[in-house]
Write a protein that binds this ligand. Structure first.
Ligand code: PEP
Length: 252
């Protein structure tokens, strides 16, 4: 058994208005009180002030879904780490496959974002994962290792022991097609092995590696009990109180 605390991180994507978000978190904090998992909600930028306020004094941590790596400047439509930090954001999800696909996010950009997030005292949740074609071509391990290696370039061992990596096979995101426990474990173990190669076993033992891709109330328990899976990054099921509560309390 590792000492890593299991994380249940919701990724709301572009869902819920600021008012709906606060209502949801006010209910969630009652359901999540005393949970053994670390609970995180990844909310749209405009929901952050209300959610951070609502989550105060609870065990719910707040994540943003993106950030720019520069501190300030002429970057219309972007948000900086300093802005998020001031609002009480704890985590920032970066490199989600939707951002890579629809907004042209590259591994190099994800590396810059990771550095900026860590420098500002927040923690990145770095997403990686292969497409269905890549899985069928047998290049999953190479692809994921490449993505993670670039994302971590130049980071210190201390930083890497604190950050979170989310393995999210693209074919499993929002499709209802969950990876099997073994498929998810295999790639999470490959990622931990890479971290060990780059930073040593002690760091690799601390880095949390999540699985994401159609995690739900039914499959969370067995996925999260795999030795190299330290919880989940959850899309659709994190928008429903009952389902997310069950994922948070998967151990019951
Ligand atoms: C996600 O968006 O990160 C995700 C895993 O979505 P879903 O749980 O809906 O597949």
């Amino acid at each position: 058994m590792s000492n890593r605390v299991i994380m249940a991180a919701g990724n709301w994507k572009m869902n819920k208005t600021p008012k709906e978000a606060v209502e949801f978190v006010n209910e969630l904090k009652k359901l999540a009180a005393g949970a053994k998992s670390e609970v995180v909600v990844g909310v749209p930028f405009v929901c952050i002030p209300g959610v951070a306020e609502a989550a105060k004094g609870s065990n719910i941590k707040v994540a943003a879904q993106n950030v720019h790596w520069e501190a300030s400047g002429a970057y219309t439509g972007e948000v900086s780490c300093g802005m998020l930090k001031e609002l009480g954001v704890d985590y920032v999800i970066i490199g989600h496959s939707e951002r890579r696909e629809y907004f042209g996010e590259t591994d190099e950009m994800i590396n810059k974002k990771a550095k900026a997030i860590l420098a500002s005292g927040m923690i990145p949740i770095i997403c990686c994962g292969e497409s269905l074609t890549q899985r069928e071509q047998g290049v999953t391990a190479e692809h994921v290792r490449y993505q993670v290696k670039i994302a971590l370039l130049g980071l210190s061992a201390e930083d890497v022991s604190r950050l979170v990596i989310a393995y999210e096979p693209i074919w499993a995101i929002g499709t209802g097609k969950t990876a099997t426990d073994e498929q998810a474990e295999e790639v999470c173990a490959i990622i931990r092995q890479l971290v060990a190669e780059l930073y040593g076993n002690d760091v690799a033992e601390k880095t949390r590696i999540l699985y994401g891709g159609s995690v739900n109330a039914q499959n969370a328990k067995s996925l999260f009990s795999m030795p190299n899976i330290d919880g989940g990054l959850v899309g659709g099921a994190s928008l429903k109180l009952n389902a997310f509560e069950k994922i948070i309390k998967h151990y019951e």
